[in-house]
Design a protein around this ligand. Structure first.
Ligand SMILES: Nc1ncnc2c1ncn2[C@@H]1O[C@H](COP(=O)(O)OP(=O)(O)O)[C@@H](O)[C@H]1O
Ligand SMILES: Cc1ncc(COP(=O)(O)O)c(N)n1
Length: 267
């Protein structure tokens, strides 16, 4: 069985972060492992508190895994502060980690800063060692410094972010209200990943789920364009099967039987 590591924050209500990552990996038939960077106190209404994990403990978790287990892909989400980001980058380089997917988590949907503003420069260095980076529109705006209002701007942002050194860039369009099209940049060309917009408030953890699905597909040896397309199918189905559990933004449905029944092209 392929083994995929998520390095991210814990979400107590189970919709995003480590919990969403592990649910996605299980649904896609890979073995999920975790390095926790922060414990967030969170529910469907928002993030209320955060305890960052000491960088030495983050480093120690990474070493425990790589010293013992062959890791087929790594997904990185919430990384909280620059010391943690630097530790992760240095260790992944030391261990020659492959198939690194960076979801540059900066701000939650509920508006909480999950990354200290001073850590954005360090985050760019982490992006430089990634196979693919998957910013949403607000994150792409933070990374590039310009406003994104249409698909041309998404392409411009992809080009700018590509200069930071990742192999591929996926700009996610979930924050635009008319469609759910994403733009993939291969370093040479743009590929539009079309998506139909689903009207629901329950979109907690969409970015975490998409990046974990990409890492899971890469781990299986599927090429990057196909991994992104399959993961887009997975996220669309998970949003279609999302549901309410509290008073705010509910989680996605990681129900592999519904995914298979939807007859999406899944390997
Ligand atoms: N309401 C929606 N309907 C369909 N797809 C969506 C919807 N919201 C987000 N997506 C898709 O989910 C994926 C994650 O995007 P996004 O929500 O922008 O990420 P993030 O969670 O990082 O903000 C993208 O493929 C995006 O197009
Ligand atoms: C631990 C953690 N990681 C990531 C997110 C982003 O998810 P969303 O954008 O859906 O709030 C989150 N809310 N919590």
């Amino acid at each position: 069985m392929k083994k995929v590591l998520t390095i991210a924050g814990s979400d107590s209500c189970g919709g995003a972060g480590i919990q969403a990552d592990l649910k996605t990996m299980s649904a896609l038939g890979v073995y999920g492992m975790s390095v926790i960077t922060a414990v967030t106190c969170q529910n469907t209404k928002g993030v209320f508190d955060v305890q960052e994990i000491n960088k030495n403990i983050v480093g120690s978790q990474i070493r425990c895994i790589f010293d013992d287990i062959k890791v087929d892909a790594v997904k990185i989400g919430m990384v909280s502060n620059s010391e943690i980001v630097k530790t992760i980058r240095e260790l992944l380089l030391d261990y020659k980690a492959k198939n690194i997917v960076v979801d540059p988590v900066i701000i939650s949907k509920s508006g909480y800063f999950l990354l200290k503003p001073e850590a954005v420069e360090e985050l760019k260095k982490l992006i430089s060692i990634s196979h693919i980076v998957t910013p949403n529109i607000p994150e792409a705006e933070s990374l590039t410094g310009f406003k994104i209002e249409d698909e041309e701007h998404m392409k411009k942002a992809a080009l700018e972010i590509s200069k930071m050194g990742p192999k591929w860039v996926l700009i996610k369009g979930g924050h635009r209200c008319n469609d759910a099209n994403d733009i993939l940049y291969t370093g040479q060309k743009f590929i539009k990943i079309p998506g139909k917009r689903i009207e629901t408030v329950n979109t907690h953890g969409t970015g975490c789920t998409l990046s974990s699905a990409i890492a899971s597909h890469l781990a299986k040896g599927i090429d990057i364009e196909e991994s992104v397309k399959k993961s887009k199918n997975y996220i669309t189905n998970a949003i279609e099967n999302s549901f309410s559990i509290g008073h705010g933004v509910g989680p996605l449905g990681h129900f592999i039987e519904l995914y298979n029944k939807a007859n999406v092209d899944y390997k």
